[in-house]
Design a protein around this ligand. Structure first.
Ligand code: SAH
Ligand code: SF4
Ligand code: F3S
Length: 434
């Protein structure tokens, strides 16, 4: 039995893909190891979304070469988005034996079989219909409480800065029968939360079933199974989805709604198909139908041609909305994207960094304000396990996705507990049992 070690980088979709890969490999006699020192096969499931993500992987590939010295038969593989984007360049480096893109994982057993010293193997074909719908992922998360379920793959949006449509191909939705079956299976195995994953979940469509109907189907499985989802695109999030969320207690009240910029001029250049006004209107709708709904976002500072005025528009949108948390980046040009072909990357790095820092500083204050506003409230949380910082405390998230920590030695992972918020940081609610 050959042992396989996989490191996962990038988004939740990659985490789930690694679980699919382990399932495919297990069916061909491979076992999973979490110890790189024990492995016969060492692979990285990679991300290309920003240049520094790729630089990190190149560094890691160099480190893998040292392992080869003591283990001559070791097979080194690069999977995922960077495999798709850099294909031949990875092979030509002479440092890797396998290169497999996001739609090529079914061929991994054959690639592993064929790979040998001087015989690197590659498959980076993208597919129109691969969803791995029939494959039961081998859950690699350790808490045994929450699981990721991919409901679609690829992306058809072609936002001008983004490499994802090139690395993951065209959008396709997975058969809802297999999604519901997988969610049921998770529940039976003791999982109490599933997160439905897609680059743009609101465009889910399979034989006439849209995302709102899918959400309802998964929510119907059992009231004790929580349902989360990501990512919602502001252009597509529908009233129907918002009302469906309101209709089920077990659909968590949290929406990750990446805004990217607060300036209409920049949004247009990004090829995001909404305006600042549309975005703010969606936020108003969400807050009126779902009071207390958690709202988080992604933002890019210093996109091509961004002026101080554009940047101020982003800051003012952040203030207006008051997100709970945000993932904040400065623009990283990705070769081959529309922006790279059309617009010069003309905001100097020090300006990008300064603007990013201003957004981060503003958001830190807004996060603290948002978390403070919860002091005194009581939340039902799903216990995920012991807190990392303090073993006498448990942790788990409230419906709005905020992490709660409270002293508790009685309850177990997978149970629901009511807690009252007594204090907070800008990222955690400190609570006591109700
Ligand atoms: N499908 C999701 C985003 C996936 S990528 C959506 O549309 O919201 C995750 C985040 O990475 C994006 O929301 C964006 O904020 C950031 N990102 C993508 N491309 C980037 C780039 N070239 N430079 C900097 N950040 C980028
Ligand atoms: Fe990238 Fe836009 Fe697709 Fe998101 S919606 S993955 S940002 S192209
Ligand atoms: Fe990265 Fe690919 Fe996900 S580029 S963010 S791993 S879709």
């Amino acid at each position: 039995m050959k042992k396989v070690y996989i490191e996962t980088y990038g988004c939740q979709m990659n985490v789930n893909d690694t679980e699919v890969i382990f399932s495919i490999l297990a069916a061909h006699g491979y076992t999973r190891t979490t110890e790189i020192a024990d492995a016969d096969v060492v692979m990285a499931n990679t991300c290309s979304v920003r240049d520094n993500a790729e630089q990190r992987i190149w560094g890691r590939i160099d480190q893998f070469q040292y392992l080869r010295k003591s283990r001559p038969g070791l097979v080194i593989g690069i999977l995922g988005c960077m495999a798709e984007r850099l294909k031949d360049r990875l092979l030509e480096s002479g440092k890797v034996d396998i290169v497999a893109g996001p739609d090529a994982y079914r061929s991994l057993p054959a690639l592993l079989e064929a790979a040998g010293p001087g015989h690197p193997q590659i498959n980076v074909l993208l597919s129109r219909d691969e969803t791995y719908g029939d494959i039961a992922p081998v859950r690699t998360d350790t808490n045994g409480v929450s699981a990721f379920i991919s409901i679609m793959r690829g992306c058809n949006n072609v936002c001008s800065y983004c490499v994802v449509p090139y690395t993951r191909g065209a959008e396709r939705s997975r058969d809802y029968h297999s999604i519901v079956r997988e969610a049921c299976d998770c529940f039976e195995k003791g999982y109490r939360e599933v997160t439905l994953l897609g680059q743009n979940v609101d465009s889910y469509s399979y034989e006439g079933t849209g995302f709102a109907a899918l959400l309802a189907m998964v929510a119907e499985i059992d009231p004790a199974l929580r349902v989360r989802f990501a990512t919602s695109n502001p252009q597509d999030i529908s009233d129907e989805v918002i009302y469906t969320m309101a209709g089920y207690d077990n659909i968590c009240k949290h929406i990750h709604l990446p805004v990217q910029s607060g300036s209409n001029r920049i949004l247009e250049k990004m090829r995001r198909r909404y305006t600042r006004e549309w975005y703010l209107d969606r936020v108003r709708k969400i807050r009126s139908v779902l009071p207390g709904c958690g709202l988080t976002t992604d933002v890019i500072a210093g996109f091509c041609s961004e002026t101080e005025e554009d940047h101020r528009q982003t800051l003012s949108l952040f203030e207006k909305v008051g997100f709970d948390t945000a993932f904040m980046f400065y623009y990283s040009e990705r070769p081959g994207t529309l922006a790279a072909r059309k617009y010069p990357d003309d905001v100097p790095l020090e300006v990008k960094t300064r603007r990013l820092n201003e957004i981060i500083e503003l958001q830190n204050g807004l996060s603290l304000r948002s978390y403070r506003a919860d002091i005194g409230k009581t939340y039902r949380v799903l216990v995920e396990g012991p807190s990392k910082r303090d073993a006498s405390c448990l942790c788990g998230r409230a419906s709005n996705n905020k992490m709660c920590v409270w002293p508790d030695t009685e309850h177990k992972a997978g149970e629901y507990v009511d807690v009252t918020v007594t204090d907070c940081t800008s990222a955690t609610l400190l609570c006591k049992l109700k």
